[in-house]
Design a protein around this ligand. Structure first.
Ligand code: SF4
Ligand code: SF4
Length: 463
């Protein structure tokens, strides 16, 4: 092979993160249990006799904790998504990649797959040894059990995903003979995506596929809380045989550090070995850092062992690390918070004032007007009633414009959540029905006088 040959693509080496325990890892575990618990359990719970969270696409209705989201309410859904994006900006400006470290689905499922790997193959060194070993019955058995667990979790994840769009109990009862192609496709597709991303792609998704990793630096500033290595305390780094006094002790005793004296970093590389993206936090903030805080726990463990104070790697700000004051309340944080609060309040208000009944009056497109057998002018309409309450109701229609007669069913019984089209006719004597005029049709709920909707439409007669 020629010496001049340059490869533009370098195959990345497999990362074997070492398991670590500590306060932040316990917090992450709690987040994983809580988030995945919600994901796997929610479709199995009922609320008001219906699946608690169900996105019923054919009926174009979403059921979320007893709240029915109709197509007309999708503005709230859009506002909710905007609020999520703003929260991401807000928390990133305030505390860096909290989302990536604790709540991102990629992180959460990768964590589960790593636990499975750890429990079947062992910790870092055991995994590395196993991968180097030639295939044997033992290796095959270990790898097969890991794969079986991974595939099981991935398929259950795919099944649950479909269970958010089709009643999950029905889905389980219909399995497998009554499953159509759509159910199979989405279960296998989402299962395969989970398997591929959490078992193999892992940090590659964060490094190369996630756009957030690229633009998050634009949201950070010197006052954002990030995971940082305290260079002033840690350097010059180096291995040592015996405990040397830390900087605080040196200052307390008044002894000046000698040129040969080392900082607190013993260069054990524990922070690197636990990193799921394989980076060295001591090189400073890097876009590959997902903010998992594993390096903090690993370094704290090392500091405890060598008898130095914890926090050589810690949550801090660039200003604080350099001994400058940190400002939490900054213009960008205040602006994000204000926009977020305004949006949240508007959505809340909108939900509270949400109309339980929507009325749409549609004119019959077939004819502008017609003459009834008694000579009166008639216009025909379809009145669409969208009853958004979860209880049955009876409605009555009437026309509020004087001189017009409304012909419609006397009482219209509507089931909870039903959309009903009612054929309606308006009549007027020919000598009064000249030209076009606005008319108002009112719909009232006979069981609840506060539900009363008026709609304006046009009535046409001969000119
Ligand atoms: S440097 Fe690595 S271990 Fe430390 S927070 Fe970032 S991703 Fe996690
Ligand atoms: S774990 Fe701490 S002491 Fe060890 S190399 Fe990392 S920063 Fe230095």
């Amino acid at each position: 092979m020629s010496d001049d040959l340059v490869f533009l693509y370098e195959r990345s080496a497999k990362i074997y993160p070492r398991a670590v325990d500590g306060r932040f890892q316990r917090l992450r575990k709690a987040a994983v249990f809580w988030l995945l618990g919600m994901y796997y359990a929610f479709p199995w719970f009922n609320w008001d006799g219906r699946q608690m969270v169900l996105f019923d696409l054919p009926a174009r209705k979403f059921y979320v904790f007893g709240w029915v989201v109709w197509p007309q309410d999708f503005i709230f859904l859009a506002a909710f998504l905007v609020a999520c994006a703003l929260s991401l900006f807000f928390f990133t400006a305030l505390a860096g990649r909290l989302w990536c470290g604790y709540a991102c689905p990629q992180t959460v499922w990768t964590e589960v797959f790593l636990w499975i790997e750890h429990h079947t193959e062992g910790d870092r060194n055991a995994r590395m040894r196993l991968d180097k070993e030639p295939m044997s019955w033992r290796k095959f058995r270990i790898k097969a059990s890991k794969q079986a667990l991974w595939i099981g979790v991935a398929l259950w994840t795919g099944f649950t995903f479909v269970g958010f769009f089709t009643p999950i109990r029905e889905l389980a009862l219909d399995f497998p003979m009554q499953w159509d192609l759509t159910r199979w496709f989405w279960t296998l597709f989402y299962g395969a995506a989970t398997y591929g991303n959490a078992a193999y792609l892992r940090e590659q998704v964060c490094k190369y596929m996630c756009p957030y990793a690229r633009f998050q630096s634009a949201m950070l500033d010197r006052n954002s809380l990030i995971i940082s290595y305290d260079e002033t305390r840690g350097e010059p780094r180096g291995a040592r045989r015996r405990q040397v006094p830390d900087r605080a002790q040196r200052l307390a005793t008044g002894s000046a550090p000698s040129a040969a004296e080392l900082g607190d970093c013993i260069d054990c590389k524990a922070c690197v070995l636990v990193c799921p993206t394989g980076i060295d936090i001591r090189k400073g903030l890097q876009y590959e850092c997902i903010g998992c805080a594993a390096c903090i726990d690993a370094c704290d463990e090392v500091m405890d062992k060598v008898g130095y104070p914890r926090g050589l790697v810690r949550y801090s700000t660039e200003n604080a690390i350099q001994g400058k004051p940190t400002h939490i309340l900054r213009p960008r944080v205040i602006i994000y918070a204000l926009v977020l609060l305004t949006l949240g309040a508007s959505v809340l208000l909108g939900v509270m004032l949400k109309k339980p009944l929507i009325v749409d009056v549609i004119r019959d497109r077939g004819a502008l007007y017609r003459f009834a057998s008694d000579g009166q002018v008639e216009n025909a309409y379809q009145v669409k009633l969208i009853h958004k309450r979860e209880t049955a109701a009876t409605f009555q229609l009437r026309v509020l414009t004087p001189g017009l007669q409304l012909i419609a069913p006397a009482n219209i019984a509507v089931e909870p959540g039903e959309v009903r089209n009612v054929a309606v006719t308006l009549r007027q004597p020919e000598d009064e029905a000249k030209g076009a005029k606005d008319v108002v049709i009112e719909v009232i709920d006979l069981g609840d006088a506060s539900v009363r909707v008026q709609e304006t439409t046009r009535f046409f007669g001969p000119t």
